[in-house]
Design a protein around this ligand. Sequence first.
Ligand code: SF4
Ligand code: SF4
Length: 320
Amino acid sequence: MEASRPLIATVKRGSLDDGPGIRSVVFFKGCPLKCTFCQNPETQDPEPEIAFRSEQCIRCGSCAGACPEGAVDLDDSNRIRRDRCVRCGICAVVCPGRALYFIGRYYTTVELSELLLRDRAFYRYSGGGVTLSGGECTLYPDYVESLLHLLKVAGIHVVLETSGYFDYGIFEDKILPYVDLIYYDIKLMDRQAHIKHTGRPNELILENFHRLVSDAEVEVHPRMPLVPGITATRANLSAVADFLYKTRVTSVSLLPYNPAAVEMAPCLGRPAPKLPGNFMKPEEEREIYAMFSELLEGMRDGCLIAPERELKETFLFNKI
Ligand code: SF4
Ligand code: SF4
């Protein structure tokens, strides 16, 4: 697959969670990071994938009969022998219950923009638009430039969700001019911990964040996923608060832990990460917000926390 021809894992229409208003969210396949806690693990691999959900299987055997590679084993709880599977998708076509399903579809930018523009009336009346997510859409700068050009001609508000692991020059040239708001993930401040849990060091991510906040005119909103024992530790929260405050951003959102990786990874034939299988309890979230508030209040120059805004987990920095 060429880097300029990304696969799209899914297009979610009518989202209320990925930026202002009602939005369509495009989940690109492919990411330079491999976060153990990724809540969309099906978007990490740039190639097409087959997922299997055993609870939806009616054991009809159609998949075994159709597979040209002999890669389906009805007695195996994972159903697919990944060492034989060539990801052709035939088993998913014949599966009556969508227990097997194919992830990854190619759209031309014209096809994708036409799909996204079907909801333009909703965007207009709600103050919404389109959000590019993933995966990491900045892996495909030419494709994204072409898509965003089509959306901007139609006057669509664009949010970009990014891990920050990109070549700044290419990003600045091809993508940044079309983006209205950037949601930028800040995960771990310790370099070794970042490598351990995401597969990459964090210098490029932090440098790019600094440059964007300093130089770009677009709004950059940092977000931090809370993962018990990994990102949601006092030491990491403290380091993140310090970094953001010095970077002179005005707000940050702490995103409650999402255990999707624990459920989804085995469906893709990968081992489940050693992480909690449940969402955080409200009291655990409150404890972390309180800890973060306390850390901010203790910072030199002072700052004001206003978690009562529309997102309770969004903190505002008020620099004196
Ligand atoms: S994707 Fe193709 S090769 Fe893989 S299990 Fe299904 S039918 Fe067989
Ligand atoms: S085709 Fe689908 S429902 Fe039938 S045995 Fe295979 S996975 Fe199960």
